[in-house]
Structure formats: C-alpha cells, structure tokens
Write a protein that binds this ligand. Structure first.
Ligand code: GAL
Length: 430
C-alpha cells in the first residue's frame, strides 16, 4: 500500500513535469518573444451586449457551434443588456480598470478599440493569429485597418453592419403610393404624404439616445458626402461649418415626423411599429433586419423593404463588431482558439444570417444569405466606407458620450444652435 502510494506520487510528479515542459514549448512564439503563461481553464467568457430579441440569436448559435467542436472548452455568455452597449461599456470599463478582463469582449473597430483599449495598453496584438490562419487576405484591407494601430492588429471582426439604411413597411408604402425616396426633398415629400394619411412616417425609439444619433450621422453623411464626413471626424472641418448646420436643420425637420412615444421605446419597440404597419419606416442598423427575419418572421422584400438614407447611395456607414484578446487573461491560448473560431467562415456564416449583418470575411458562402444580405455584400464592395459615430468607430467614447447627450437634448429642445455649440465644445475630445 505504502509502496503504491509512493509510486503514484512519483508518477504524478512526472506528469506535472512533462505537462510543464510541453506547455512551455507550445507557447514559444516564432518571433522569440517571451512566452505568455497560458493556463488551460476549460472556459472562455464572451462579453457583449447581445441579449434579447434580434440580438442574441446569432451569439447563441456561435456558442453552440464552438462547444460542439470543442469538448474541452465551455463558453460563458456574459452579455449585459442595452442596445449599442449602453450599459455593457460601463461594466466593461470597470472590469478592465479592476484588472478583471473578460476573456474577450465585443468592441467596435475604429476609435472605440484603439482609443479606449489599445492606447491604454490593454490589448494583445493578434498579428500571429492572422498569419497562422492565413487571414491577411481574407478580411478586406479597410477592415483590417479599422482594427489595427501602428501595424499591429488587435481584434477579429465577426460582422459588418450597415447603418445608413431605412427599413420600410411594404404594404404601407404601396397603399399610400410612396416611391422610394433618394433625395432629402423626395424623402420629406413622402413623409408629408404619409403624415397626411394619418401614418407615423418615421419610427424612432430613443429611450437610449444612440438611435437618434444614428439619424443625425446619416443626415450628416447625406449633406457632407463621405469625404467631408470623414474630415469632420478627423477634425479637419469644424462643427459650425455651414453644412453641419444644414444637416442639423434637416435632422430637425426629420423629427417632425417621428412617433409620439419615441422616448419610451427602445430600438426593437420602434422597429416593431414598422413591422406592424403603425409607422412607415425606420433608420436602424441592419440588426433590425435580423429582428424582422428571425424574431418576427417577416419576409425580406415582401413584408419589409430597404433603401439607403437620403443622398447616401454609394456610401456605407460601417459598424463592425470585433473581439480581441485583453492583456492579463489567464488562458490566452484557449481564448485564441475561440478567436480563431470567430474568424472562420463557418462561424461567420452561422452568425451573420441571424444577425442581419454581412460576414466580415470576403470568402463567405453567399448562399447562406437572403436578398438583403447579398445586396448589402455587393454594396459593401462598391461603396465608400465611413465609420459610424453612434457605434464608436468615428470618434472617442468621450466625444460620443457628449454627442449622445447633445442629441438627446436636441430631440426635446430642437435648438440647432445649442446642438452645434455642444458638438463644437466636445470636438477637442474626438
Ligand atoms: C451596435 C452593435 C450591433 C447591435 C447594435 C444594437 O453597437 O454593433 O451588433 O448589437 O449595437 O444593440
């Protein structure tokens, strides 16, 4: 008995020694950098704001597929409710500051990733992962740029959402003989006609103010055009430029056509008004398409249609959800395995048809997508891309918070001068 006990201790010690030596060899990086310590914990935590209708279907499908393929790693879904990360971003900031990062978290490519996390030295570069997986030509170059800083790539995009899209109720448009408007004049004419017929032309659910900020950013894009829109957020055009004022006036006019209870609705409630024919159209990112198709069972181009927001044809307001590797996680190797999965065509083609987005990869299987998806993929290839302000890509979180506040006040006060001066005052924080 005693001898057996002794032998088993020696055996256990041998196991530990061999596990340590094989770990350290597998962790050695090609570039000779110090290896990170990676403990296998058998669990990765994915942090996002994808809960509830129209948001979580894609995420849950991803988790299921990953767990099906990896018996040894469980995925903990740490989603925090609230559209556009209204609550999640604050929870994330607290965790990051407290050195308690999730294994990976939803972050928009562009300033949100770069200014909030990369510049603060909170993220690991993922160039090795891109190289190992042969991803350098599998994601569009512009997209890789959005998730890079100083030649280092910091996250893996899972989707591309479009922001400058209006979804409309087909029956309402047909019954009222409304043509798809392209210009602002046509848009306001259509809105007048609908209003005269007793229908709410535009549905807005700005219980969370980012939805109104989206309308404003797309009006800005329509008035300024993509080049000057980009210059505005690069601080090369001032917020009191006469075209920004013109955009604020047009945004103001749009607010003449919104639903009465907009401030008590979230984006799903507002999209629902359009689905039910109680409002004619909504400017919402195409996660609304996921909501229409998967949660409300509506048919694309039968029950609802879509068009680009006025005067933005040929432009694409891009919103990309990405996931990276925070510094200090216990099990970076397992997290990288999860990120490798998120970047695979298989994962992207499971996620995006449910989410309403198009795949971030260029080589996805188009047959998995309906007409909205294939139209959007084609548009994406031919369009000028601009980053969304409301979704964190165009400017820092500090500026966005102030812009959302200013827009929120504007929706009630409708004071163009106040909006312009609030944005101008916030500009140094961009
Ligand atoms: C965006 C995000 C989308 C969607 C939307 C509504 O910020 O990129 O994936 O979740 O918010 O919550």
């Amino acid at each position: 008995m005693r001898k057996l006990y002794g032998l088993s201790i020696i055996f256990a010690l041998l196991l530990v020694v061999s596990a340590c030596s094989s770990d350290s060899s597998s962790e050695k990086k090609d570039d000779g950098d110090e290896a990170e310590d990676s403990t296998a914990t058998g669990e990765v935590e994915i942090f996002s704001w994808w809960t509830g209708a129209g948001e979580e279907d894609g995420l849950l499908a991803l988790i299921d597929l990953f767990e099906e393929q990896h018996d040894d790693i469980k995925v903990e879904n740490a989603a925090v409710a609230g559209g556009a990360g209204t609550n999640a971003k604050a929870v994330l900031a607290t965790r990051m500051q407290g050195n308690d990062p999730p294994s990976t978290f939803q972050v928009h490519g562009g300033e949100e990733l770069n200014k909030s996390w990369v510049a603060a030295d909170k993220m690991e570069p993922l160039n090795d992962l891109y190289e190992e997986n042969g991803w350098m030509d599998k994601f569009p170059e512009d997209l890789i740029d959005l998730v890079s800083m100083d030649d280092q790539i910091y996250s893996v995009p899972v989707d591309i959402h479009r922001g400058n899209v209006m979804f409309y109720n087909k029956e309402v448009f047909e019954e009222n003989d409304i043509e798809i408007p392209k210009t602002f004049d046509e848009f306001f004419e259509a809105a007048d006609k609908l209003q005269d017929a007793g229908i709410t032309p535009i549905s807005l659910g700005d219980k969370e103010s980012w939805t109104a900020t989206m309308i404003f950013e797309n009006v800005l894009l329509g008035v300024l055009g993509p080049d000057d829109y980009n210059k505005l957020f690069a601080d090369e055009i001032e917020f009191d430029d006469e075209r920004v004022i013109e955009a604020a006036e047009k945004f103001n006019k749009m607010l003449d056509y919104i639903d009465d209870d907009h401030a008590s609705r979230n984006w799903q409630d507002a999209a629902r008004l359009v689905a039910d024919g109680d409002a004619a159209m909504i400017n919402m990112g195409d996660w609304a398409k996921g909501y229409f198709s998967n949660d409300l069972d509506l048919e694309t181009n039968e029950d609802f249609g879509y068009f680009t927001t006025p005067e933005t044809e040929g432009d694409f307001t891009i919103i990309t959800d990405t996931f990276g590797l925070p510094k200090g996680v216990e099990n970076p190797d397992e997290v990288k395995e999860f990120l490798t999965f998120l970047g695979s065509t298989e994962a992207q083609d499971v996620f995006n048809p449910l989410k309403g987005s198009i795949p971030a990869r260029v080589d996805a299987d188009e047959s998995e997508y309906d007409e909205y998806g294939t139209d959007t993929m084609a548009d994406f290839k031919d369009s000028k891309l601009v980053p969304s302000l409301a979704h964190g890509s165009a400017a820092s979180e500090g500026f966005l918070t102030k812009a959302n506040q200013a827009v929120n006040i504007f929706v009630t006060q409708r004071d163009v001068d106040n909006l312009i001066s609030a944005l101008k005052n916030a500009a140094p924080e961009m």
